[in-house]
Design a protein. Structure first.
Length: 195
């Protein structure tokens, strides 16, 4: 939808700060919290929280007019995207996507071009924002990159991303985080082998 961001600001369990680019707007939604063990990362308690969170995503800053019921529906959408992304990353067909088609029927946010670049025609209502996320999910899971949705290769990381790189060889959520830790482990094992 928007510009390709440098990545969402993240903080690991160990306090390490890093950036994570999941490659799609709908997958960015997954790091805003969720059910079960993901509940501890919940960032979308109120509509104001959503506005703040969006500024870090590829959607970008926007004035949102959304009801508490629409925010709750966004969280339901987030769970169905999580379920489908997890299934696809495991080599299965997506599931629980029936509401995506219904939500995508609403007109999406309208972009406008200004002298300073692109912005959204504001305010953006809740139905339009839900439509944007649903349309992005439909595009991803119904398009050519569906089979590139992956779990991070680190055993202790549950982040999901779509590999949009040309070679299709991305393994880690972030080279700053899991990729770097894997390289350190390889170096340590090599050093032990030479000792």
């Amino acid at each position: 939808m928007g510009e390709e961001p440098a990545g969402l600001p993240m903080v690991g369990h160990d306090g390490q700060h890093y950036r994570f680019n999941p490659g799609a707007l709908c997958l960015e939604l997954l790091v805003s919290g969720g059910e079960g063990e993901r509940a501890e990362w919940e960032a979308l308690h109120r509509v104001q929280d959503l506005r703040q969170w969006l500024t870090h995503t590829r959607f970008g800053p926007a004035r949102i007019r959304m009801s508490a019921a629409e925010l709750a529906e966004l969280k339901v959408l987030r769970e169905s995207i999580w379920f489908s992304a997890s299934r696809v990353a495991s080599g299965k067909a997506p599931g629980a996507f029936e509401d995506w088609n219904r939500l995508a029927q609403a007109p999406p946010p309208v972009p406008e071009l200004t002298g300073q670049g692109r912005r959204w025609r504001e305010p953006i209502n809740g139905a339009a924002l839900l439509s944007a996320f649903a349309r992005d999910a439909i595009e991803l899971f119904g398009g050519p990159y569906r089979h590139r949705v992956r779990h991070c290769a680190a055993a202790d990381c549950r982040l999901l991303f779509v590999d949009t790189s040309r070679p299709g060889a991305r393994r880690w959520c972030s080279m700053q985080r899991c990729g770097n830790r894997a390289k350190q482990r390889v170096r340590q094992e090599a050093a032990r082998g030479h000792a």
